[in-house]
Write a protein that binds this ligand. Structure first.
Ligand SMILES: [Zn+2]
Length: 399
């Protein structure tokens, strides 16, 4: 199977190991009531990948984290006057239900950042000992100058990286920092925020170190596939690489970096700040899980897409046609297809960097042929078996 790796900037062959599972880490959500269909899109990409690798005989060990130690969660909890951990628990439960309703395979490991603090402290201490990090006034920072490859994934220069980091929460004027682009590993206690004890005083971890810690703990220092939305290409993922490889002694952290496109609504990127979001549960109230899966995977996964209700309705019609084909009753005349050509083309599409639109086109083509054959009293049993197989690999709930 060929997969596009963001770090190399090209497709490469994913070798399936025979002696161990494939390891997959996908950056999870911050649970505070903003998980929209764009998030569903990201996690469906990896659900399809897991299902396909499983079909090919590979076991996948899948870790997805819960970012329940994060500024937006604390801000929302303060605004609504609810305990942050109660808000996180409630929203995590909702997200888990939404994913299950969308027929996503549950992760093998589902750690919460708030329960992984001890190993974060160990890793931060090691980074300080190694000279990759420094402490100032109770906070600890990663020194990006100690990693000449920092941000290589972005193919951007320092000024552009700094501009993006600043848009995404970096404080370039923090007087503790040696370099404005240095990022926080441990943040000294701030008023109104939960804190944990550390060798540098009370505080809480930075976002990037959370993922380094959980991926290392559950999947090891080197993993096969690491994924997330495209907005994690900077600064989150390069910061994870810098910390993890410093900690592990320069072992290459990840073989394939996979990034999904962003969802747009009404011409703007779906976001909390603009309020233009379609929540997963809203979509599920109106459409079937299979129609949402069909629609969200009808775009090449790396592309941005514009969410349109009419598009989901069109997907619903295609899903209905697939169900009709699976239930159709034919006759005894020779069939026009036994489904093997469509099935092979379906797998060839997934082998080509998980090209889901082309795979769906094969499902739809085969469904139409089966319906045509059934109407002409031809034997559709073999083709129906083939259709059921590929529909199940795609993750359709009712197939
Ligand atoms: Zn992450």
């Amino acid at each position: 199977m060929q997969l596009f790796d963001t770090l190399r900037g090209e497709k490469a062959q994913l070798e399936v190991p025979s002696d161990r599972p494939i390891t997959l880490y996908v950056c999870g959500v911050t649970p505070y009531d903003t998980t929209h269909v764009g998030h569903a899109h990201t996690f469906l990409i990896f659900d399809l990948l897991i299902r396909y690798l499983n079909y090919r005989g590979a076991e996948v060990r899948y870790c997805q984290n819960v970012t329940d130690v994060d500024t937006p969660l604390f801000e929302r909890a303060a605004r609504d006057n609810v305990p942050w951990d109660e808000l996180a628990r409630r929203e995590t439960a909702q997200f888990v239900k939404d994913c299950a309703d969308l027929n996503m395979i549950a992760p093998t490991y589902y750690p919460k950042a708030s329960e992984e603090i001890p190993l974060m402290l160990t890793i931060v201490e090691r980074l300080i000992e190694q000279g990759h990090a420094y402490e100032r006034n109770g906070s600890v920072y990663f020194s990006i100058k100690t990693d000449p490859d920092y941000g290589a994934m972005t193919r951007l220069g320092y000024a552009d990286m700094l501009a993006i980091a600043n848009e995404r929460g970096n404080d370039p004027n923090d007087p503790n920092k040696v370099d404005p682009l240095d990022f926080v590993l441990w943040q000294a206690a701030a008023p109104g925020e939960p804190t944990w004890e550390s060798p540098w005083g009370p505080g809480r971890p930075g976002w990037h170190i959370e993922c380094t810690t959980m991926s290392t703990r559950y999947l090891g220092e080197q993993i096969d596939i690491h994924g997330g939305g495209r907005d994690l290409i900077f600064p989150h993922h390069p910061s994870e690489i810098a910390q993890t490889e410093a900690y592990s002694g320069k072992k290459p952290f990840v073989r394939f970096w996979m990034h999904g496109g962003m969802a747009f609504l009404g011409g703007e990127k779906m976001s909390k700040s603009l309020g233009n979001m379609v929540f997963i549960r809203e979509a599920l109230n109106e459409h079937s899980a299979d129609a949402i899966r069909w629609y969200l995977l009808s775009f090449p996964y790396r592309d941005d897409f514009h969410y349109e209700r009419d598009g989901v309705l069109a997907a619903e019609a295609q899903v209905e046609r697939m169900y009709s084909a699976l239930a159709a009753v034919g006759g005894g005349a020779p069939a026009s297809t036994d489904g093997s050509a469509e099935q092979n083309a379906f797998f060839a599409a997934l082998d080509d960097d998980l090209h889901s639109p082309a795979a769906l086109a094969q499902i739809d083509t085969l469904a139409q042929r089966i319906l045509g054959d059934a109407a002409a009293d031809r034997d559709v049993a073999a083709a129906q078996n083939a259709l059921r197989t590929i529909a199940q690999v795609f993750g359709f709930k009712e197939a």
